[in-house]
Write a protein that binds this ligand. Sequence first.
Ligand SMILES: Cc1ncc(COP(=O)(O)O)c(C=O)c1O
Length: 434
Amino acid sequence: MAEPQASNWHPHLWHPFNQPGRGPAPLAVRRGQGIWLELEDGRRLIDGISSWWVTLHGHGEPRVAAAIAAQALNLEQVIFANFSHRPAAVLAERLCALWPAGAKGEPGLNRLFFSDNGSTAVEVALKIAWQHWQRLDRQRRQIIAFDGAYHGDTFGAMALGARGLFSAPFEPLLFAVARAPWPSTWWADESIEQREAAALAVLEQLLQTPTAAVILEPLLQGAGGMALVRPAFLQAVQARVRAAGALLIADEVMTGFGRSGQLFACQQAGLYPDLVALSKGLTGGFLPMGGTLATEALYQGFVGPEAERTFFHGHSFTANPLGCAAANASLDLLEEFPERYQRLEGWHRPLLERLAQQPLVLKPRLLGSVAAFELQGPSGYLQAIGLELQRHCLARGLFLRPLGSVVYLMPPLCISAAELGRCYQVLEQALAEL
Ligand SMILES: Cc1ncc(COP(=O)(O)O)c(C=O)c1O
């Protein structure tokens, strides 16, 4: 094997969302610890985006690592169609307990279906919703999603997401989805009420058509540009979805497990969805795993002797015991140290306020561990300014991956106040150089 270089394009590897001729060559990394990534050439970088939003507690978190190692010596994998195991049962019990029914009869979540990643967690939610209505009311064929949404890269998830650069080559293969506006907001936004009212009017109109499900990213759209909405808007959406008798699907793949400042963004927003997609932080970011939570009422529709009630969906690694062990260890940490996800918004705030005084910084916004803003100038994912900012930050030891003109920080929860301050210092210097 060739000696790893500090950064290179390997002759046999194919990287996602990056290619020779366009983006920077991948950096060769040899170790991760806490917020730090150590490169083969000895440089150390702060992982400012938690490695695509998955590294929850920090790289190499010893309790999660130990749980995986112990589980590997006991039971590494088993076919989940015919077997069950303790790590999966414990995880399902713990996750469902975090989604109780509301005081006004709102549904709680009581069943966990496993898959492999965020896209499949969304696919599963959609397939459950669709099969549910196939049995009960075949008129309900409309799916509603929001402008700017991102739900993953598999075909179903892609169809739900906003259409554009990522999905353009596959357009003829994607099923139709109705689309409502996403009235995103930011600090000192003065026209949010009008935009929310306009979005709700569109949603109401769409809901006149019999609808199977409405899917949304609670509070914060991720890949669509770290676009924040207000809890009151989501509650108004929920009321309309309920009145129309449609199912509500919450995609908490990014926002879940403390990212939003509470354990789940739905709790913060007062949402009681019928289905929730989880991944990324589920295993503390150690192993690929997806989970879809569903109400007991939905599950009961899939129970009985008739073959057509079966949910014919499964992955080879469904409920992989290593992933379940990691997820249980990660939940232990979230339970033991809630302050780690609760305090980050308060740490971000004064730093973002200061940064927002820079003329290049527009539309600052903040939710839990995630701070975001836009760079003045042309907007969009293809804007080179994001790559340029990334280069300047890397030179100072901070890894960021702006979404074009949208810059955000989403560090692992173990970051200290001083280290977060360092991230902002680097950003400030890098912005000054643009
Ligand atoms: C909200 C949301 N849903 C789904 C996905 C897809 O997850 P995965 O990349 O694990 O398939 C992502 C990934 O970024 C996401 O942010």
